[in-house]
Every structure is written in structure tokens, then in C-alpha cells.
Ligand binder design. Structure first.
Ligand code: AMP
Length: 923
């Protein structure tokens, strides 16, 4: 299309390629280069284009349009005629005119015609045009030349088009990718980073690849429209978009609007609000209306407030309530009378339960208010759009109350000063809230291990306690009284009297002399003892001395006991001569207790044979004991392992001191102790079959019910003896029962009472054997004979189930919960109903309802005497032994197993006696 001449360089400049103008098919003149030296051999005609600037291209495409004559159609041509030409290129940084140096050109390809023609008659338009495209990598210089070599063809170049490819500018995923020149190689990809379009931000770096043929490939990442914009453009009025996202603009939520375009959030209509934490998509809302129907119930100095939820919740669900209280001080008569100053209590003194603010419920108890005071309580309903600070009347409801009179609060900080052998001075602080004039204080005190107590009353904040026992721990509670009555007792404070010398703190105080009184629950005999304690003691001693020398030891114990407790029961006990167990821990010197209750054995009399078990303090061995003038007996020997502390020694020997006080065929017998040489030993009778639980497991199913009941009877008998002695075992379990070769069961292990402090305030102790212990003993340490009865019921279950673990593998917490909810162990397999009923009686929640050991013993005795009342366990496997058949009617038998309701059914089926019941088959 060049007007005028192209003037490409040709070599040779004459007779080779020639520039010829011809008319194209539209009759427009075009330039061509032609050569047609087909008759001369060795043609080498070069035609070179002008210098072509590369313009950043890396691979260029050359499209050549040409015509070529068929050699055969040319008359007279010999082998010199060719039908191809060669395409060359040469890279160069500059345009060097007329430069053709053949050797510097690199061949691209030999080009042949797809179509050749036999005649040239341009005028008739029969010329056949060939189009060939070749590509070449041009990366080294700023530009290049192309060259066409003719080697003897008849050829006309009609058009030469040189181009390169780009991936065109495009927008993908809201990112713009520029027009990009393809890579140098046919397989190369050019990585291109896009840039986010206006009003959008990068979600993930946008990227694409430009392929060699100009196609974009593999778009990655992209951008998101900014808040207020969507792909279509800006959000229109009434719509909003709060953040950059793929999503389009949304309609404004209820009670909100947007007037301008591109809103990121909608504004609330007047009277409606949005909390800071509310999302823009949430409807605008309002504060709630006031709570309704507020009622108050005054109870002394507490007020119960209850109300109903507001009528209008404001379109939200985060409703809560808060309370405010305003007090109008009304001088109470007693304050005025006493002339005391009226102080406003800090509002923090008032207790709101469950809370003062952020309440979800509609009920609050306000306590610790001042007595005789006028209060106004304001309950406010709040939600996320309520204003901070005091609420407007629209959201509140209020009620005014006047508190009643109230008892004083607890006395605190009880202190002991001037402690002597028999006296102790106490002082304490006035209650934080006297709620009136304190008329007097009451001091209640008792020995730590006793039930009976004494009470003193005093006007002052101190008291002189006299008539105490030396070296004894006492528990003191103090409470105040006003016209409104007594306040609560203080928490217990424990103080011990000393052995004679003064040891205590220095504070001296003057105060009115307290006057001792007798507490409730102590009868007149106590008064008698209190008044003439010393005389009575002498009388007791004399009486006991008279009884006999046999009672000499008992005398010491009982005297000690009576001195400890001062109760009427003990007074009776002495007169009747019944023995009472003495706690060895009440002895100042443990050795004194051990030698009072246990015989010292010469170690040379003991012959140890083998180890039979492990105790808490060391090994348990069996052996023989030959005491002077007595026959040799088998014994068990417990020893205290070396390296023990004073406390361990005392604890170890205390078991012997306890055991030594007992003398009963079902209590393990103490032979004596070795304390004068080491190791320390406790020697008891030997029980050949070891502990009951292991023994039963070893002999599972091998005993008759009568034999098992016999074992239980022995244990009940031992326990009755202990309870008669006022001894509470606390750890009655099959593992603590020993069995001898005659299947006699004896209660042993008098250790647990040592390890449990008798402090009712102490927290739950993990050493309590939960599965065997009565609920009241677990809950508040109430260990009594009745709690031993509970444990006895568990032992019954263990025995009948041959040593099964009570409550199997339930954990302790679940056991406590189950018992609390009324669950009781079911009857073990083959257990007669009467025995299970007895167990259930032992497990009565109310301990007063449980049978005594005496009743249990009577019942078991009756069963043993009259075995017919016990169904034979074999009936459960549907074989009735003869004894049952001969003694029982069918009706009796059904009754004894609790199935009497089937009597009629069986009778209707023709079964009226045990004899014909034996014929019953599975069918
Ligand atoms: P204890 O410290 O009493 O629990 O004793 C530990 C173990 O020693 C027991 O479980 C029995 O197996 C065994 N044992 C204790 N005392 C005797 C005894 N008098 N006769 C036979 N075995 C005993």
C-alpha cells in the first residue's frame, strides 16, 4: 500500500528482484517484487526489507502473500527452475542502508507454494495467491531485517505483513490487566499483576498469565467493591453496603434510611437507635418500656422484689434489669434512745441477690438493709440502646418500703485471754450491725468432744469462764440480743485450757462478772453436778472404789469420763457400773493411756513366723505368744515401722488403747503391746481366715444363707457391744471384719476415729469411706451409732453378695448423689427379702428411723432360730429342697419372697402346694 516505490535493497541490483506495480483485484495499484530467472542456472537473488523496529516484541510473525509459477508450465525450462524461495532474518540495533551481507542472515524457512499456477494473466484475475506465515524469536537487538532469497523460481511477492501478538487490556475479577506483549517462546507464559478498579480493594493479589497466542490464562485473586459500592456502581438511596464484599447493596433495615448514594450504613429514624455492637444489618430499636407490677415483701431487714417484664421490649432481645435504692433515714426509736449517731450505710453494704445490675430474671432479694428504715427501690428495664446513667421514668418502676426490726448480726473476733488451768477470759467485738440496743451477750461453750454445753450471759463484751478442765479443748460461740431477739451465734472459736502455768495473752479488762447459767438440753442432774461438782466427784470415786478391785480400771476411766462430760447419763453409768469407752486422746500422756488399757508384753515371749498383711503403720505378721504360766497361742503382730514421728507413735498405740478397753467374743482381742523396745508392737489374737471381704470373695457361693446370717449376727453382736460402750466405729466395713477358723467374725480396725478430727466445721474429708458412710456423716460429720448402723447395712450387702464392691464401679460423687436422690443398693442375688428389708431399714435417711444394733441382733437371732422364715436361696434356681417343702405352704413361701400376688394365679393353674410346684416346668 506504499504510495510510490518501496526501494527495498536487492542483490544483484539488476536482473534479480524487481519492484513492479500491478493492480489488485479491486483495481487499486499495489507494489510487488518479482523475479523469474527460470532459464538461468545458479540463481541467488536477495531482496531485503527496510529495518523493522522490534517495539518490545519478542516473537514476530511474518505473513507473506505471493504467487509462484509451475515449472512444468514454463516452456523450454530445464532443471534450473525452482518452486520455492527462502526467508531469512538478521537482528540489528540500527538501520544500515543497503546492507546485504548474506552470511549475517539466519534462515527462517524455505517457503513453498500451496498453489502454483500455469499462466499469468492478471487481467483475467486467475492468479493464485499463496499466504504463508512464519514466526521467529527476536529478542537481542532493537530491530531486524527480513530477506527473501530466490534460487531460480518464477515468483511475485504481493504482500509482506510483520506483526507481533499481545494479550489485550482486560478486566477480570474487578482488576485491570494491561495490554501485554506475549513471551519469546511459543510455550512461554508472561505473569501479569492486575490492579484493582476504582472503588475496590484487593481481596487477594489479582494475577493472570498471558499466553504465547495472546490469550489470557488462569486468573487468580481479585478485588472487592468498597463499602457503598457494588459491581453495578454506587449503592442507590435507600440501600447501603457496610463493608467491602462480593455482595450487592442491601435495602436499609427496618426503622432506618439512606438519603444519599453510596451509603455505608443507614441512619435510624428519629426515636430509634442502634447500639455500638449492633450490626448495620440490624433493625433500629428502642429502649424497653418500664417493668410492670413491681411487688415487695419485707422480711425484717431484707426485701424481696418481684416484677413482670415490660410490655414493649423495644424490638430487641437483650433485656436486663438494674436496681437502684434510695434510703430515707428514719431515726429508729432505739438509736434515739441510746443517743447513738445515725450513720448512712454505704450502699455497698446492701446485698442484692443474685445481683444489682445486668439481671436477666425478675426477682431480687435485697438484704443487709438497716432496720426501721424507709427505702425506695427503682427497677429499670434496660437493653442495648438504653442510655447510660439514670434512666428516665419511662423505663423504671419504683416501690417504697420500710424495713422491720431485726436481730443483731453475728459477733466476730472472739478472743481468749488469761487462760489458766480452770479458767479462761473471753472478749469479742460488737456485731457490725447491732440493729438496736444490745441488751446482753450469750456465751455458749462445751468440750470439743461433748454434746452438753453451758451458757453464760453478760452485759459486757467479755466473760470470765470458770470451772473448766485442764488441758481440754473448748468450743465457744457468742451471740448478741436486742429487743428484736437473738442474733446468730458467732462461728465456733476453740481454746484449750492449760496445764497449770499461765500461757496466754496479756490483755486485762474490767467488766461485769458474768453469771453462769444452765443451757437448754441439760437436765436438772447437770445443775446438781455443776453446783456441787467436787462433792459428787468424791462420791463417785468412793462408790466405784467400793464396788470391787475388778472395777479399779473402770473406776479410772469412768472418773475420767465423768470429769470430761458432766452429763447426767454418765452419772447413771457410774452407778450401774456399765463401762464407757474412754478416748485415749484425752490423756495428756499417751503412754499413760496405753499402760492403763494394754498389757506390756516382754518381746522374748513373741515368736514371729510370717508376714500376713500390710497395715497403715507397717507389716502385720502372724506368730506365737507364750506368756508365763499360760499355753502358747497364735497371734497377729502389728509393728510400727522405723522412723516414725511422735504423732505416728501416738496414733499407732491409740488403736491398742481403744482395743484394750473391749472384751467381747466379736471384737478382736488385744493380747498386749511392746512399747519398751523397738519396733513397737501390738499383739492381737490371730484370725486364720483374715479379712471378711477377701474371705468371701475366695469362697463365692459356698455358704448357706444361715451361715452368712450367722456371720452377720456375730458382727451385729460386736457392734451392739461397742454401741453400749458409746464407741462409734466410723469405719465398719467387711474389710475391717476378721474371720477365724470357726467362721467367727470379729470387728477390728479401730483406727479411723483417730484420723478424723471431730470438728463439725471441717471441710469434707477424703478419708471418709464414702460407700459405707451414712449421708449425715458425709455431709456434716455426724458420726453416731446410727451412722454405724448404716455401715452395718452395707456390710450385710457385702456379705450376702460375697464381697461385691458396694455400688460397683460408680464413683464416690455419684454414690453421694444417688443416695441423696433416694437410691439404695438392690437385693444381692438370692438374697432373702427379709434380709434386704433389714438393709433398707439400716439405710433410712432419718437416722432416728434406723434400727438399733440391739434390734438388729434380735431380728437375726430370730431368723437363725427359725430358719423356715428364710427362703432357701435354692428356690431361685427352681429346685425346692425338702426342708422347704415339708415346712411351708405355697402361700407362705410366696409371701416370704414377696410374690403372694401370684397365689391365685398359681392356684388357678392347679398349683396349690410346694410339692406340685416342684413339677413346674419351663413350658
Ligand atoms: P489392718 O492394719 O488392721 O487393716 O491389717 C492389715 C491386714 O493384716 C488385714 O487386712 C488382715 O489381712 C491382716 N490382719 C490384721 N490383723 C489380723 C489378725 N488379728 N489376724 C489375721 N490377720 C490380720
Amino acid at each position: 500500500t506504499v504510495p510510490g516505490e518501496l526501494k527495498w535493497a536487492a542483490s544483484p541490483s539488476e536482473g534479480g528482484w524487481e519492484e513492479v506495480s500491478i493492480m489488485d483485484e479491486k483495481n487499486i495499484p499495489i507494489r510487488t517484487y518479482q523475479v523469474c530467472n527460470v532459464l538461468q542456472p545458479n540463481q541467488n537473488n536477495w531482496l531485503r526489507t527496510d529495518w523493522i523496529p522490534r517495539s518490545g516484541a519478542q516473537r514476530v510473525y511474518v505473513e507473506v502473500k505471493f504467487t509462484l509459477r509451475d515449472c512444468n508450465s514454463l516452456p523450454g525450462v530445464t532443471g534450473t527452475c525452482k518452486e520455492t524461495f527462502n526467508l531469512y532474518y538478521h537482528e540489528s540495533n540500527e538501520d544500515r542502508e543497503n546492507f546485504i551481507k548474506e552470511s549475517s542472515f539466519i534462515k527462517v524457512d524455505t517457503v513453498a507454494a500451496d498453489e502454483s499456477f500455469t499462466q499469468v494473466d492478471v487481467g483475467d484475475r486467475i492468479m493464485k495467491l499463496n499466504t504463508e506465515v512464519r514466526d521467529v524469536k527476536v529478542t537481542n537487538r532493537k530491530g531486524f531485517y527480513l530477506a527473501f532469497q530466490d534460487v531460480g523460481a518464477c515468483i511475485a511477492l504481493v504482500s509482506v505483513r510483520v506483526f507481533y501478538k499481545t494479550c489485550p487490556l482486560t478486566i477480570r475479577n474487578l482488576a485491570t490487566f494491561p495490554d501485554t506483549v506475549t513471551g519469546a517462546d511459543t510455550s512461554s507464559l508472561v505473569e501479569v499483576r492486575g490492579s484493582c478498579v476504582d472503588q475496590s480493594e484487593e481481596r487477594e493479589e489479582p494475577k493472570m498469565y498471558c499466553g504465547a497466542d495472546g490469550e489470557w490464562l488462569v486468573p487468580i485473586g481479585g478485588c472487592l467493591c468498597n463499602a457503598g459500592y457494588e459491581e453495578k456502581g454506587t449503592c442507590s438511596a435507600g440501600f447501603y453496603k457496610s463493608g467491602s464484599s462480593d455482595a450487592g447493596c442491601s435495602k436499609c433495615p427496618p426503622h432506618s434510611y439512606s438519603l444519599r448514594e453510596g451509603a455505608t450504613v443507614c441512619d435510624c429514624h428519629s426515636g430509634y437507635f442502634r447500639a455500638d455492637s449492633d450490626p448495620p444489618s440490624m433493625a433500629c430499636s428502642q429502649p424497653p418500656s418500664a417493668p410492670q407490677q413491681l411487688i415487695s415483701v419485707v422480711n425484717e431487714t431484707s426485701v424481696l422484689l418481684e416484677w413482670s417484664p415490660p410490655r414493649w421490649l423495644g424490638g430487641r432481645s437483650d433485656l436486663s434489669y438494674s436496681l437502684e435504692n434510695r434510703s430515707t433515714s428514719q431515726p429508729d426509736a432505739q438509736h434515739v434512745a441510746s443517743g447513738s449517731q445515725l450513720c448512712q450505710p454505704c450502699s455497698s453494704d446492701v446485698l442484692f441477690s443474685p445481683d444489682q445490675t445486668g439481671l436477666r430474671g425478675t426477682r431480687v432479694v435485697v438484704s443487709e438493709l438497716r432496720a426501721h428504715t424507709h427505702y425506695t427501690f427503682i427497677v429499670q428495664a434496660r437493653n442495648g440502646v438504653s442510655q447510660g446513667g439514670s434512666a428516665g421514668a419511662a423505663q423504671t418502676v419504683s416501690v417504697s418500703v420500710t424495713t422491720n426490726q431485726a436481730a443483731p448480726s453475728r459477733v466476730s473476733s472472739v478472743q481468749a485471754t488469761d487462760v489458766t488451768r480452770h479458767t479462761l477470759s473471753l472478749s469479742w467485738q460488737q456485731p457490725d450491725q447491732p440493729n438496736g440496743v444490745i441488751l446482753e451477750y450469750e456465751v455458749k461453750f462445751y468440750e470439743k468432744r461433748e454434746r452438753s454445753y453451758r451458757i453464760m450471759r453478760t452485759f459486757s463484751r467479755n466473760a470470765e469462764i470458770t470451772g473448766l478442765n485442764p488441758l481440754t479443748v473448748y468450743v465457744f460461740h457468742v451471740r448478741a440480743r436486742t429487743a428484736a431477739g437473738y442474733g446468730e451465734f458467732s462461728t465456733p472459736f476453740e481454746f484449750a485450757t492449760n496445764s497449770g502455768t499461765q500461757i496466754s495473752t496479756v490483755a486485762c479488762f474490767a467488766g461485769s462478772h458474768p453469771f453462769p447459767l444452765i443451757g437448754e438440753g441439760v437436765n436438772s442432774a447437770f445443775l446438781l453436778l455443776s453446783v456441787s461438782g467436787v462433792g459428787i466427784l468424791l462420791l463417785i470415786s468412793a462408790a466405784v472404789l467400793i464396788i470391787s478391785r475388778r472395777y479399779a480400771r473402770a473406776h479410772k476411766r469412768t472418773r475420767h469420763t465423768s470429769r470430761r462430760t458432766f452429763t447426767f447419763e454418765n452419772f447413771t453409768i457410774i452407778i450401774t457400773g456399765v463401762k464407757i469407752y474412754v478416748d485415749p486422746f484425752t490423756y495428756e500422756d499417751p503412754d499413760q493411756a496405753i499402760h492403763e488399757f494394754a498389757k506390756e508384753i516382754d518381746v522374748s515371749c513373741i515368736h514371729i513366723e510370717r508376714v500376713i498383711g500390710m497395715g497403715e503403720f507397717g507389716e502385720v505378721c502372724s506368730g506365737r505368744l507364750r506368756l508365763h504360766g499360760k499355753r502358747e497361742v497364735y497371734v497377729a503382730i502389728k509393728s510400727l515401722k522405723a522412723g516414725y514421728s511422735d504423732k505416728q507413735r501416738r496414733d499407732f498405740l491409740s488403736e491398742a488403747s481403744i482395743m484394750g478397753q473391749f472384751d467381747h467374743p466379736n471384737i478382736i482381742r488385744l493380747e498386749g503391746v511392746v512399747t519398751r523396745c523397738k519396733p513397737l508392737m501390738i499383739v492381737t489374737e490371730y484370725m486364720e481366715n483374715g479379712s471378711l471381704d477377701a474371705f468371701l470373695r475366695k469362697h463365692d457361693g459356698q455358704f448357706t444363707v444361715i451361715q452368712l446370717v450367722g456371720m452377720l449376727r456375730g458382727i451385729a453382736s460386736g457392734m451392739k457391744y461397742l454401741s453400749d460402750m458409746s464407741y462409734v466405729h466410723r469405719d465398719l466395713a467387711a474389710r475391717n471384719i476378721l474371720v477365724n477358723s470357726n467362721l467367727v467374725c470379729k470387728v477390728s480396725d479401730f483406727g479411723l476415729s483417730r484420723v478424723l478430727e471431730d470438728d463439725p466445721e471441717a471441710a469434707y474429708t477424703t478419708r471418709i469411706p464414702i460407700r459405707w458412710t451414712a449421708p449425715e456423716a458425709i455431709a456434716y460429720r455426724k458420726f453416731t451409732t446410727a451412722s454405724d448402723v448404716w455401715s452395718y447395712g452395707i456390710v450385710m450387702w457385702e456379705v450376702i453378695s460375697y464381697g461385691e464392691r458396694p455400688y460397683w464401679d460408680m464413683n464416690n460423687q455419684d454414690v453421694i448423689k444417688a443416695i441423696e436422690e433416694g437410691y439404695r443398693l438392690p437385693a444381692p442375688m438370692d438374697c432373702p427379702v427379709v434380709l434386704h428389708q433389714l438393709m433398707l431399714d439400716c439405710w433410712e435417711r432419718d437416722r432416728a428411723e434406723r434400727p438399733t444394733f440391739s434390734q438388729i441382733l434380735n431380728m437375726l437371732d430370730k431368723l437363725i432360730r427359725n430358719p423356715g422364715t428364710l427362703p432357701c436361696p435354692e428356690v431361685c434356681v427352681s429346685v425346692l429342697p425338702e426342708v422347704c417343702v415339708s415346712k411351708w405352704s405355697l402361700c407362705e413361701w410366696l409371701q416370704s419372697i414377696g410374690l403372694e400376688r401370684y397365689t391365685e394365679t398359681l392356684a388357678a393353674g392347679g398349683y396349690s402346694s410346694l410339692d406340685n410346684l416342684l413339677a413346674l416346668t419351663h413350658q
